[in-house]
Design a protein around this ligand. Structure first.
Ligand code: PHE
Length: 372
C-alpha cells in the first residue's frame, strides 16, 4: 500500500521493453523511511518541520505520502527540464514505461500542488536515481522540497522587484534552517543552474573542515507559475537531500545503514532527538575483487553498478574504476575494483567468491562486454 493506493508488481512494473526498474529497487517502494519518527531520516524531517512551524505558524502544508511513481510530464516537462537533459536518460532515471518514471526529485510535485492552489508547502519523499556505488550514493534516497508563493502586495512597497524580494526571503529562510540544524556555522551561497529556477543557488556550510553542499534552491521560473494559472505571482523553491544531512548530523558513515533493520543501528535513535551520534557497532572486514573487461559503446558505469547491486544488494560497498586504457586497435579496457562488505556480519570467502562469479557472468551476459 502506497499513498493509499494498492500496488502490485504487476500493476507497476508493466511488461514494457523500456522498463529498467529491477526487483531490488521495486522492493524499496513503500518503505517510507521518512515517515518513521525513530529513524534518522524521519527525525530530520520532523526537525525541519519544527523550524517551519515555529517561524511560519500554520503556513506550510506538509505532504509526505505522495506516490513516487509519476509521469514523465510531472517529473520533467512540468518543471521545464529540457528534452535533451541527461537526467531524462535511461542511464540516469528508472522508467516504468516510456511515459512513467520513479520520481528522481520531489520537484515532480510542484506543478500539481500549485494547480491545486497550495501556496506554502513541504513535500518529503523517496526519490530514485541510477547511480554509482559508494558510501554516499544509493539508488533510493529522500528529499524534501519547499515551496512558497508570493502575491504582488508582498513585495510592493519593499523597494525591490518580486524576484529580488523572493530571492532575499529564500536566503533568509534557508540560512535560518541551516542554523536550526547545525548551530552557528559558516555559510556561503554559490550560483548554479537548475531548469526550474532563475536565479538558482546552492547553500554550502563549513562543517568538519570542509565546505559541504546542503541544498539547491532558487526563484521559480515564471513559466511554471504561468502554466499553473499563477501569472501574477512569484515563488521560491528549494530541494534538500535528507541522507546527506543525516549522515553528518548523526555521524552515519555509510548510506546503506539507513536501510538496516539491525537493532544495533535502529535502537540508537529516538523520536525528536536530532544529532545523537551513531556509535559503529563493529566494522567487519572488506573484501576486494578486481575485474577487467573490454567495454563497448553502450557501456556505462551506472549499468555496471546495477548489475552489481542486483547480485550483491547491500553487500556491495563500492565500485571504483582503477584502470582504464585504450590499445592500438582502439579497444578500451576498464578495470573495476568491487568492495564487498556487510554492515552487520563477517562475510565468508565462499560467499564472496560466489557473488563475484555471478557478477562476472552477468556483466558478460547483460552488458555484452568481453572479460579479460
Ligand atoms: N530538484 C533539485 C534536485 O534534485 C533541487 C531543487 C529543488 C533545486 C527546488 C531548486 C529548487 O537537485
Amino acid at each position: 500500500e502506497l499513498g493509499g493506493v494498492k500496488v502490485s508488481r504487476e500493476e507497476i512494473v508493466r511488461d514494457d521493453p523500456t522498463n529498467n526498474v529491477p526487483d531490488t529497487i521495486f522492493s524499496k517502494l513503500g518503505m517510507q523511511l521518512h515517515r518513521r519518527d525513530q529513524h534518522p531520516i524521519g527525525i530530520l524531517k520532523n526537525a525541519i518541520y519544527d523550524y517551519f512551524d515555529t517561524n511560519y505558524p500554520n503556513k506550510f502544508e506538509k505532504f509526505d505520502n505522495l506516490f513516487p511513481v509519476v509521469s514523465v510530464k510531472q517529473n520533467f516537462d512540468d518543471v521545464l527540464v529540457p528534452a535533451d537533459h541527461v537526467s531524462r536518460s535511461y542511464n540516469d532515471t528508472y522508467y516504468v514505461d516510456s511515459q512513467t518514471v520513479l520520481r528522481c526529485h520531489t520537484s515532480a510535485h510542484q506543478a500539481e500542488l500549485l494547480r491545486k492552489g497550495h501556496n506554502y508547502f513541504l513535500v518529503t519523499g523517496d526519490v530514485y536515481r541510477r547511480d554509482s556505488i559508494d558510501s554516499t550514493h544509493y539508488p533510493v534516497f529522500h528529499q524534501m522540497e519547499g515551496f512558497r508563493v508570493f502575491a504582488p502586495n508582498d513585495w510592493e512597497g519593499s523597494g525591490v522587484d518580486g524576484t529580488s524580494y523572493a530571492a532575499l526571503d529564500l536566503k533568509n529562510c534557508l540560512e535560518g534552517l541551516a542554523r536550526h540544524l547545525f548551530g552557528a556555522v559558516e555559510m556561503r551561497w554559490v550560483d548554479t543552474y537548475f531548469p526550474f529556477t532563475n536565479p538558482s543557488f546552492e547553500l554550502e556550510i563549513y562543517f568538519q573542515e570542509k565546505w559541504m553542499e546542503v541544498l539547491g534552491c532558487g526563484v521559480t521560473e515564471q513559466e511554471i507559475l504561468k502554466n499553473c494559472g499563477r501569472t501574477n505571482n512569484v515563488a521560491w523553491a528549494f530541494g534538500l537531500g535528507l541522507e546527506r544531512l543525516a549522515m553528518v548530523l548523526f555521524d552515519i558513515p555509510d548510506i546503506r545503514l539507513f536501510w538496516s533493520s539491525d537493532e544495533r543501528f535502529t535502537s540508537q535513535f529516538s523520536k525528536g532527538k536530532l544529532g545523537m551520534k551513531f556509535k559503529p557497532f563493529s566494522k567487519y572486514p572488506p573484501c576486494y575483487k578486481d575485474m577487467s573487461f573490454w567495454i563497448n559503446d553502450s557501456f556505462t558505469e551506472n549499468n555496471l553498478c546495477e548489475v552489481v547491486r542486483g547480485v550483491a544488494g547491500d553487500l556491495a560497498e563500492e565500485v571504483k574504476l582503477i584502470d582504464n586504457f585504450t590499445n592500438k586497435k582502439g579497444m578500451t579496457s576498464h578495470c573495476y575494483r568491487i568492495t564487498f562488505r556487510s554492515m552487520e556480519r563477517s562475510l565468508t570467502d565462499e560467499e564472496i567468491n560466489a557473488l563475484q562469479l555471478k557478477v562476472r557472468e552477468q556483466v558478460e551476459s547483460k552488458l555484452n562486454v568481453v572479460l579479460r
